[in-house]
Design a protein around this ligand. Structure first.
Ligand code: NAP
Ligand code: ZN
Ligand code: ZN
Length: 348
């Protein structure tokens, strides 16, 4: 076994603290990654607070991982020692079901995807531990190639915030001529703005924070709507083709669905702990749709990383010491993050 240092929540709703644990030995198809940076996703916070149920403790969160490969198994083909590498939200799946065969491993139909943390390895049943740690062992099939052209710390959030917003934009073929709204300018939201703008759409940010307007425009948004201002909200009624909903908290969905024009679609990405409410009238008028989307497959994640390298797209981050993680969560809850916290693992 490989001894590893990390930060864990020992139980629900207790602060994260230093935690020593072991990783499996590097198998024939595995790579060992010395982690350099790990992004802080709101999903980390939902899960340490057990807001989705079934959390496994102790929990080492972290699924926006970048670092350098320090060891490879005998049968590893695509990576060598010294390569930069990334790991996102999943580290395994059944590999044989139709979804896995199609490269949509996140929708694995038999075992389900194995999450990078708060999940269990398929064969051993051992809990998985994430990227708030100095090393991780991952099968090369679930490991991504990372360009050395971009600032590595700013690449980390692409592994979740980037792919989670890229995948639906591609699935719904968003491009020139589309009016896209991004609800919630946080980690996912700011990536959605950059990506949708790069794909040629007209982008509007729907935000509860008036002080984010200048940033939104700098990120590439064409319009900014303060959603607490009823007049502003009314001005975009029946307007959007797509609304990318990244809000992490419960809200009145109907008020936002009404912003969709005929045949418009709201894509739910945020996962508040409570179920959304919507009346059929909000959907039957204008033949509107509500859809959902879960991260992205491995091949699509690689495609997104390559797209970002080509378009020079990275996340806007605040680099933190791992000892400040609990404070970062408090700030994230208040929406006080521009626009992703990234842990400098060297501070571990
Ligand atoms: P985040 O950085 O905290 O951003 C969430 C944003 O939502 C905030 O910055 C804020 O933006 C807005 N917001 C927060 N509370 C609100 C409220 N009460 N009413 C209205 N707006 C509010 O979170 P994130 O990391 O981007 O994650 C967002 C959500 O996506 C989380 O629920 C996370 O679990 C989920 N997620 C889903 C997937 C997936 O595969 N579908 C993947 C990753 C994350 P403004 O200040 O602009 O209003
Ligand atoms: Zn995430
Ligand atoms: Zn499968």
């Amino acid at each position: 076994m490989i001894p590893v240092k990390g930060y864990a929540a020992e139980a629900v709703k207790v602060p994260l603290a230093p935690f020593n644990f072991e990783r499996r030995e590097v198998g024939p198809h595995d790579v060992l990654i010395d982690i350099q940076f790990c992004g802080v996703c709101h999903s980390d916070l939902h899960q340490i607070r057990d807001e989705w149920g079934g959390s496994i403790f102790p929990m080492v969160p972290g699924h926006e991982i970048v670092g350098r490969i320090s060891k490879v198994g005998d049968h590893v083909k695509n990576f060598k020692v010294g390569d930069l590498a990334g790991v996102g939200c999943m580290v395994d799946s059944c590999r044989t079901c139709p979804s896995c065969q199609e490269g949509l491993e996140q929708y694995c139909e038999t075992t389900g995807m194995v999450g990078t943390y708060n999940s269990r390895e398929i064969e051993s049943g051992a809990p998985t531990y994430g990227g708030y740690s100095n090393q991780i062992v991952v099968d090369e099939k679930y490991t991504l190639k990372v360009s050395d052209k971009l600032d590595l710390a700013r690449v980390a959030p692409l592994l979740c915030a980037g792919i989670t917003t890229y995948s639906p934009l591609r699935q719904w073929k968003v491009g020139p001529g589309h009016r896209v709204a991004v609800m919630g300018l946080g980690g996912l939201g700011h990536m959605a703005v950059k990506l949708a703008a790069a794909m040629g759409a007209e982008v509007t940010v729907l935000s509860t924070s008036p002080n984010k307007e200048a940033d939104a425009k700098e990120l590439g948004a064409h319009k900014f709507v303060v959603t607490k201002d009823e007049e502003q909200l009314k001005s975009v009624t029946n307007y959007f083709d797509f609304i990318i909903n990244t809000v992490s908290a419960q809200l009145d969905l109907a008020a936002y669905v009404n912003l969709l024009r005929r045949d418009g679609t709201m894509i739910l990405l945020g996962v508040p702990s409570e179920a959304p409410h919507i009346h059929a009238f909000n959907l039957i008028s204008n033949r509107r749709r509500i859809a959902g989307s879960l991260i992205g497959g491995i091949a699509e994640t690689q495609e997104m990383l390559d797209f970002c390298a080509e378009h020079n797209i990275v996340s806007d981050i605040e680099l933190i010491n791992i000892a400040d993680i609990n404070e970062a969560y408090e700030r994230m809850l208040k929406g006080d993050v521009k626009y992703r916290f990234v842990i400098d693992i060297a501070t571990l």
